[in-house]
Design a protein around this ligand. Structure first.
Ligand code: 13P
Ligand code: SF4
Length: 307
């Protein structure tokens, strides 16, 4: 089937089966084009919670589909490719949290949404890059806090809120690869541009040192900011899939990636063919063990309520 026929078939199957497609901003442009909703992790989690459709096809990575399944247990959540994982979510194990809790029995654990359900189940709160600062700033002052698993996001949250936190040393291989030298080169080449940087980037603090007015934003935050500002030129430090979304939703402005090969191979595993097969054959159904889901739901509900 050619691309246009595949897209048509996907639309037909969606109607026939009462399904929606939720897609992350890093998805391939043609996958974003067949989606009913495109957004960041927070927007997608909220959309998964509110949809009335019977089936959710998640065009994203495993932890996102799992989050949708936990928040909306009455729906069938499909992930078109089970191999679509996340290096950041893989960087932490439940044992890492249990060990910290043993040493800090009254401590609070804040887990980035980029974690597996078993890790979320052991956390007190989940956050996304869009609401981590707000949630952490409201935590009680007298409790030790562990932030997992992204050390760069954790350091950013600690810097902005002034809160002391233990940071787990996890990272996303795509964002950790965006370094100060990439920022320096772009600053030279685009002196008048706005710098929009995702908090998972390895260059977070050096970027703010080199460009103190850089904006640290989630993917949705980047789209919103680019729409609202008068500025026309932007340098974007995150996975390059967001560029297509920015160009489509904010026409007439210029977007340059800080690192053109910042590509998440997990996000790109979701192709139109796999979305079609997923709807047609009802695969792959994401199931979370009941007890894990029950515990993880508490920390996820705190997440969707903030910001
Ligand atoms: P956002 O929540 O900003 O979309 O980020 C998700 C993600 O996986 C970043 O790598
Ligand atoms: Fe995970 Fe990084 Fe890919 Fe986001 S970009 S899904 S954090 S590996």
């Amino acid at each position: 089937m050619d691309k246009a026929s595949l897209m048509e078939e996907i639309q037909r199957l969606k109607k026939e089966k009462n399904a929606v497609i939720l897609a992350h901003s890093y998805q391939l442009p043609e996958v974003q084009a067949v989606a009913d909703f495109v957004g960041d992790s927070l927007g997608l989690a909220r959309e998964a919670q509110r949809t009335r459709a019977r089936i959710i096809v998640f065009a994203g990575v495993y932890f996102m589909a799992e989050t949708a399944a936990i928040l909306n247990p009455d729906k069938t959540v499909l992930l078109p490719d089970l191999e679509a994982g996340c290096s950041l979510a893989d960087s932490i194990r439940p044992e890492d949290i249990l060990k910290w809790r043993e040493a800090h029995p009254d401590g609070l654990v804040v887990a980035y949404v980029n974690t597996k359900a078993e890790v979320k189940a052991l956390a007190d709160y989940c956050v996304t890059s869009a609401n981590a600062i707000e949630l952490v700033s409201h935590l009680p002052e007298d409790k030790p806090i562990l932030f997992v698993p992204d050390m760069f996001l954790g350091a950013h949250v600690a810097r902005v809120t002034g809160r002391q936190m233990d940071l787990f040393p996890g990272e996303c291989h795509v964002h950790a690869g965006i370094r100060a030298e990439h920022i320096e080169r772009m600053l030279e080449e685009h002196p008048g541009a706005e710098f929009l940087i995702h908090p998972e980037c390895g260059c977070g603090s050096s970027c703010l040192y080199l460009k103190p007015d850089a904006k640290v934003l989630s993917t949705e935050g980047m789209v919103r900011f680019a729409k609202e500002t008068e500025v026309k030129d932007f340098v974007i430090a995150t996975e390059v899939g967001i560029l297509g979304r920015l160009e489509k939703e904010v026409p007439g402005k210029n977007f340059v990636p800080v690192k053109a090969d910042a590509i998440c191979e997990y996000m790109k595993m979701i192709t139109l063919e796999k979305v079609y097969a997923s709807l047609l054959e009802m695969k792959h159904v994401i199931r979370v063990p009941e007890e894990t889901a029950r515990q993880a739901k508490k920390s996820l509900e705190a997440m969707v309520a903030v910001g």
